[in-house]
Design a protein around this ligand. Structure first.
Ligand code: G3H
Ligand code: 13P
Ligand code: NA
Ligand code: ZN
Length: 328
């Protein structure tokens, strides 16, 4: 059934696991996530960005997600609006049937410029007021993620090591986080702890301290009842990069967030883990391989099938690693 995100995250907190929130844009991604969840008996959070809405259109997105609920009636499914830029966007998502919205007031309406704390509190309060009235969950964000906000993809290597101090002003401040949740009453809070969106997170191989885990602990200690969210959580597996390169793709050297680091973050209170890039990489590798190996084929079903299977494998492995399996 369709459920609120609060329900799923409360259960995750109670049982000490984390839930991957996968971005969706099309049929094959939705199917991959649902097949993986069904095989592992995991709860599902699917999220749609503004880019997804632009690509698929609101009716197609809505019906794809509702089709998933209908096809898998025994699995709990959350329809989540990712990075809502304004209260109006969140309102529209709720009207469209989403059971959870992110009001990302850490940025102004342009989705790029960091906002003031007061602006963030005001827009988040506004969304909480109408969302909670009808049982919809609200995720907010405090702090500054790497590349999405700064446009400096690939320049944040060293976070957690030498870069921690230089970067610390961008990380979520625990005191401010406590104040923010008191003021807004949001259900979930996305925190900046050293990750960034996209494939180019770190230019050197992570050595085991890539996340600001102390921050997670401090924030969680002050906000034991607020579910912490980690954006930019793709692991950028080297074997997926290799597959893309082997079949003609151009991927520079890059590293993501190791799964073990995410597991540590889950131990200290992170409950929702956003993943988009890993699915993109998996599908692209599979399609590149298919085109290289079968240049005579032209039925889209034939190349979308291995792409869907590759996405599903990523989802299954995250469900298992984050402790979701058997929790649906
Ligand atoms: O927040 C970033 C997600 O990966 C969504 O990306 O805006 O290209 O759909 P997108
Ligand atoms: P990745 O780019 O690391 O997959 O992060 C996705 C995300 O945070 C969506 O909100
Ligand atoms: Na932010
Ligand atoms: Zn994000």
């Amino acid at each position: 059934p369709l459920v609120s995100m609060r329900q799923l995250l409360d259960h995750a907190a109670e049982h000490g696991y984390g839930i991957p929130a996968f971005n969706v844009n099309n049929l094959e991604q939705v199917q991959a996530i649902m097949e993986a969840a069904a095989e592992t008996d995991s709860p599902v959070i699917m999220q749609a960005s503004a880019g997804a809405r632009k690509y698929a259109g609101e009716p197609f997105l809505r019906h794809l997600l509702l089709a998933a609920v209908e096809a898998y009636p025994h699995l709990p499914v959350v329809m989540h609006q990712d990075h809502g830029q304004t209260p109006a966007v969140c309102m529209a998502a709720i009207r469209s049937g989403f059971t959870s919205v992110m009001m990302d007031g850490s940025l102004l309406e342009d989705g790029k410029t960091p906002s003031s704390y007061e602006y963030n509190v005001a827009v988040t309060q506004e969304v909480v007021r109408f969302a909670h009235y009808i049982g919809v969950t609200v995720e907010a964000e405090l702090g500054c993620l790497g590349s999405l906000e700064t446009g400096q993809a690939g320049e944040e290597d060293g976070i957690g090591a030498a870069g921690t101090l230089a970067h610390s002003m961008l990380l979520t401040d625990p005191e401010q986080a406590a104040d923010f949740v008191r003021a807004t009453q949001c259900d979930a809070l996305a925190i900046a702890i050293g990750t960034s969106h996209g494939a180019y997170k770190f230019s050197r191989k992570p050595t085991g301290d890539i996340l600001a885990i102390e921050r997670v602990k401090e924030i969680h200690a002050r906000l034991p009842n607020t579910h912490l969210v980690m954006h930019g959580s793709s692991s950028v597996p080297q074997e997926l990069l290799e597959e893309i390169r082997r079949y003609g793709g151009d991927m520079k050297e890059t590293y993501g967030v190791p799964v073990e680091e995410i597991q540590t973050a889950i131990r200290y209170g992170v409950r929702k883990i956003n993943i988009d890039t890993d699915i993109r990489l998996a599908m692209t590798g599979a399609i590149r391989r298919f085109f290289a190996e079968s240049p005579d084929k032209f039925d889209p079903r034939e190349y979308l099938k291995p792409a869907r299977a590759a996405a599903k494998a990523v989802c299954k492995s995250r469900y298992e690693a984050f402790g979701c399996a058997g929790m649906a």
